[in-house]
Design a protein. Structure first.
Length: 295
């Protein structure tokens, strides 16, 4: 009798290796701009998580003997008006902005995506009223609306997260609404309706997976805006509050010394802000290019 062939059982971890292979293949297809932006963002995430372990000085230690010392071998980025090492403060200062900005962005994108799904799926009166409401909310200048709200409520990390998240929701909703309106005319949506699926199931189980790339790009783009907005609010005294080593606060503290030639506090902290915003923009561009080529 012919013996049955025995196939070897799949090795434990084989699925993990295949998943890792797919991730590597996806990363290899990303354009250079997306890879550069991802590496730059990962650098700042590493600084936020592990920065306090390798900074050369205590970022909060004051030394009045070296106040506003220019960059040299001892202090590569110089010192601020209280003698604190600028490089150490920049590394550790990435922590707060990398906590507040993503939280605010996630709140805004989540709320905006739900609102965009509802307005994009339901036509007629619901969409008309919702679209007019979005236009009204977006008519207010963003920075003015956020500033007025923070002045009324008082600055704190939680308040900044809530205010920026709510302010971003209409902007995200407009983009998602347009994508959903295009998807709702597809055959798979008509088939789901004929199959008796509820509107909620069609929106979140059928349409949402097909607009996730749009939402992801919107998430990364809004994250870059959030970094810049939080730095601006901190500069105005309405964002992240002392004793944080936040970059926007440092720019505000060092701005008055520019006329005296003490440029390093402002320049190096501003460069950190620009690099973080640029990283998210490069990632968004890379994701957009990847999505276009995938189509």
């Amino acid at each position: 009798m012919m013996e049955l062939m025995e196939f070897p059982a799949p090795r434990r971890g084989a699925l993990g290796w295949r998943a890792a292979g797919r991730i590597r293949e996806t990363v290899s297809q990303l354009p250079p701009s997306g890879i550069v932006g991802s590496l730059l963002l990962l650098f700042w995430v590493g600084c936020a998580v592990f920065g306090s372990l390798f900074v050369p000085y205590d970022p909060y230690a004051e030394d009045f003997l070296v106040m506003l010392a220019p960059p040299d071998a001892a202090h590569w980025f110089g010192t601020d008006q209280l003698g604190r090492d600028v490089l150490s403060r920049i590394v550790v200062g990435s922590r707060d902005i990398l906590l507040v900005a993503p939280a605010a962005t996630l709140l805004g994108v989540a709320a905006g995506s739900v609102l965009g799904l509802v307005l994009g799926y339901f036509d007629g009166l619901v969409d008309a009223i919702g679209a007019r409401l979005l236009d009204t909310l977006m008519a207010f200048p963003f920075i003015v609306l956020v500033t007025m709200t923070l002045v009324a409520l008082g600055p704190s990390n939680l308040t900044v997260i809530l205010v920026i998240g709510i302010a971003y929701a209409p902007l995200v909703a407009r983009t998602v609404r347009a994508a959903v309106r295009e998807q709702r005319e597809r055959d798979y949506v008509s088939a789901a309706r004929l199959g008796g699926e509820s509107a909620l199931a069609i929106m979140f189980l059928e349409i949402l997976p097909n607009v996730r790339e749009t939402i992801l790009i919107e998430l990364v783009t809004r994250l870059g805006y959030a970094f810049f907005s939080i730095a601006t609010l901190s500069f105005l005294g309405l964002g992240i509050q002392p004793p944080s080593a936040d970059w926007g606060l440092a720019v505000a503290d060092g701005y008055g010394f520019l006329t005296g030639g003490k440029w390093w506090v402002v320049i190096f902290n501003s460069a950190a802000i620009v690099s973080l915003v640029m990283a998210t923009n490069l990632i968004a561009q890379g994701m957009g290019a990847f999505e276009s080529s995938d189509r």
